[in-house]
Design a protein around this ligand. Structure first.
Ligand SMILES: Cc1cc2nc3c(=O)[nH]c(=O)nc-3n(C[C@H](O)[C@H](O)[C@H](O)COP(=O)(O)OP(=O)(O)OC[C@H]3O[C@@H](n4cnc5c(N)ncnc54)[C@H](O)[C@@H]3O)c2cc1C
Length: 320
């Protein structure tokens, strides 16, 4: 039996799906012990967690928690884990969950295992972690009195137990240093266009496009095909296209029928976002570019010539 604390992150008044999966893992690790859940400022979410396996719910209420503040969340989590004497602190393997648990572990001087796909209780705790966008599985052990870890998305199912749990509201101790990092504004994704996540065809460009203006043939072909525009991180870092269009490990994971990658080398972190694509057409000047190993079709050439030629042929066939 173990005492487990699970961080439940929320969105739009509901618990994150991956947080409920973390709660299911927490219940397994507790093996009959207490399964504590921490909720930051969301009363409705706190009230429902007994049904998902929590035995005790801790509801932190503080005006500063109206917006995400990862250091504040980490301090609350760390303080609560200490007072409960938790042997496991578990969170969702999302950007938010990993951000908070990494900070929480650092505060406590503990190791942190992110994105675990399996966890075996014991001394030490053994974990398998998903790394490099899922292209590597790492086996590791956690030598610590408290194992701080996140569970990778969708490796365990959330379990609706139908139970109930007491909810204990509390006001956490926070000071200015805990609020140094806060969300101060949000920029909505541009409306309209085809969603990258759902698109049947994605036409993407990389550094090979050369500039923001160099994306014109990519946007043109996407428009002709009713496709979404994507890009590599080199492009978003250069400021040529918005981050909402980035494909990859730290961008969007896509699953189109056809992915056209122009002027993209095919770095591991980029390909991590394209594993769901059924067919990949690479357009690249370099026949040795790594993307060729993932591509079903390839055109070796300058995208500034190849893409307009494809668009012209589509127009010709359509009689336009
Ligand atoms: C933690 C981490 C996370 C990351 N996450 C992501 C991510 O989510 N998504 C992502 O994309 N990257 C990500 N990266 C960056 C990644 O490692 C690469 O640096 C990036 O993908 C390279 O972008 P690129 O292919 O556009 O540029 P490059 O690697 O510079 O490749 C440019 C390609 O264009 C070709 N080319 C040049 N000119 C032309 C032309 N005129 N016509 C045709 N081809 C041409 C070249 O032959 C080359 O293959 C991440 C990196 C790290 C460390």
């Amino acid at each position: 039996m173990a005492t487990v604390l699970v961080l439940i992150t929320t969105a739009d008044g509901a618990p994150d799906k991956v947080a409920l999966q973390a709660l299911a893992l927490g219940s397994q690790l507790a093996a009959g012990g207490a399964v504590h859940a921490l909720v930051l400022g969301d009363d409705a979410v706190a009230a429902g967690l007994g049904a998902w396996g929590a035995t005790n719910v801790h509801l932190a209420r503080h005006p500063a928690l109206d917006v995400p503040a990862p250091d504040a969340a980490a301090r609350i989590l760390d303080d609560l884990a200490g007072s409960l004497g938790a042997q496991f602190v578990v969170g969702p393997g999302t950007e938010e969950g990993n951000t908070i648990l990494a900070r929480s572990a650092a505060r406590a001087g503990l190791p942190f295992a992110a994105n675990c796909v399996s966890v075996t209780a014991g001394s030490p705790v053994a974990v398998t972690r998903s790394r490099w966008g899922g292209s590597l599985l790492e086996e590791a052990v956690i030598n610590a009195d408290r194992a701080v870890l996140t569970v990778a998305a969708h490796v365990i199912e959330a379990v609706e137990s139908g139970g109930s749990a007491s909810v204990t509201p509390f006001t956490p101790q926070l000071d200015d240093a805990d609020l140094a990092v806060r969300v101060v504004g949000r920029v909505p994704a541009p409306a309209g266009g085809v969603s990258l996540t759902d698109a049947k065809v994605v036409v993407a460009g990389g550094r090979g496009a050369g500039s923001a203006e160099g994306f014109a043939p990519i946007v043109e072909l996407a428009s002709l095909l009713g496709a979404a525009v994507g890009c590599s991180r080199a492009v978003t870092i250069a400021g040529w296209r918005p981050h909402t269009e980035q494909v990859g490990q730290t961008g969007t994971k896509i699953a189109p029928d056809l992915y056209i990658a122009a002027g993209i080398s095919g770095a591991t972190q980029h390909l991590a976002g394209t594993k769901g694509a059924k067919r990949i057409l690479a357009i690249n000047k370099d026949p040795e570019a790594p993307i060729m190993t993932a591509a079903d079709y390839a055109v070796i050439g300058d995208l500034a010539e190849v893409l307009p030629a494809i668009s012209a042929e589509i127009r010709r066939r359509r009689g336009a």
